[in-house]
Ligand binder design. Sequence first.
Ligand SMILES: C[S@@+](CC[C@H](N)C(=O)[O-])C[C@H]1O[C@@H](n2cnc3c(N)ncnc32)[C@H](O)[C@@H]1O
Length: 396
Amino acid sequence: MQPKRTDRLELPKPDAISASHSRKVAAAIRVAIDAAGGSISFAEYMQHALYAPGLGYYSAGAAKFGAAGDFVTAPEISPLFGAVLAQQVACVFAQLGGGDLLEPGAGTGALAVSVLRKLRELDALPGRYLILEVSPDLQERQEQRLRAEVPELLSRVTWVAQLPQNFSGVVIANEVVDALPVERFRISAGKVLQARVSAEGPRFAWSYADAPAALQKAVTQIESELGVEFAEGYESEVSLSARHWLSDVADAVSTGFIFVIDYGLSRREYYAQERHEGWLRCHFRHHAHNDPLILPGIQDVTSWVDFSAIAEAACSSGMTVAGYLTQADLLLHGGLQEELADFSKLSMTEQIKLSAQVKLLTLPAEMGENFKCIVLARGDLSVPPALGMSDRMHRL
Ligand SMILES: C[S@@+](CC[C@H](N)C(=O)[O-])C[C@H]1O[C@@H](n2cnc3c(N)ncnc32)[C@H](O)[C@@H]1O
């Protein structure tokens, strides 16, 4: 979820343990910068800051999620989110005669718990619930949570180190793509430059060099597809890793659907001329700002998602785009009302709690509009109920 935007100077001070951890992460990044001859690409910096083994934000033990952490995601806000997704999954399993579920990047396991609970209620449990998680710290937390909250379903859950082959069923990736390292570029004197990170005394600083061929090509393609020429000084991001990641996931699916949910927009909106500083966002103790070079290893670094790139990668892998809609539409047309059928029978306290959750998930100023869901399909399957209405595919 996007916390309120904050001026960097107003950020809270990290506690002593976090500050010490951040110094260790910074030292490891400096070693990488030295080894590379003085600078690394921003994508490499982001990879180190988030995923360096035992050190990175996701790899090490920072709280990350919830009140004590840096941000909150939809499944952490409410089990309603997972329950609505489970309704879509049940519809797919009904057509396939069963199937598996794959959740890449399962965070604390909150989504797995709510999806499994609802699928049990619908008598539509997956044969296997596979979790592909790069963070050993989060794998442990997921296992503990599932063991505590749905012990009788734990036998269906398997942690996998690689994508399965010939997967049949549904993949759900919530707020995973925004966490993949992005390349950052700047237009200067008509050339595409790659943003790089170098060390300047105790701090990290931006530097720029000619973009490598893949980045150069990606930026030129975006310009030609949109029929624009980026202005001098224009800066933004390209997620080459998101394209590769999506292609790999798509290649793993032999039949079924992939749901990718994240904050993001179409390419035309992403690369609008007025958006000349890009879409990087950092989250530290529920404050959002846009300086990824501070607090390495103890703040989340993300970038909004270009959903047109996700659609293209899926199509290149032979999948079709079955739907593209806002999170509000996904929930409102996907069965949120059914989930609230007994609302009037709840205590006043429960009603207030639930109303607050629904507002956070669906209101345009909260997560309702900025978060989108793209649904990718392989096979002759009819689309799940949420996709029947309010589709925005024409915007991609
Ligand atoms: C922002 S968290 C979202 C967690 C969860 N899906 C949720 O909605 O609460 C990003 C998650 O993606 C994981 N992740 C990042 N890169 C990944 C990759 N290449 N494959 C699988 N998981 C990844 C992180 O470790 C983390 O669990």
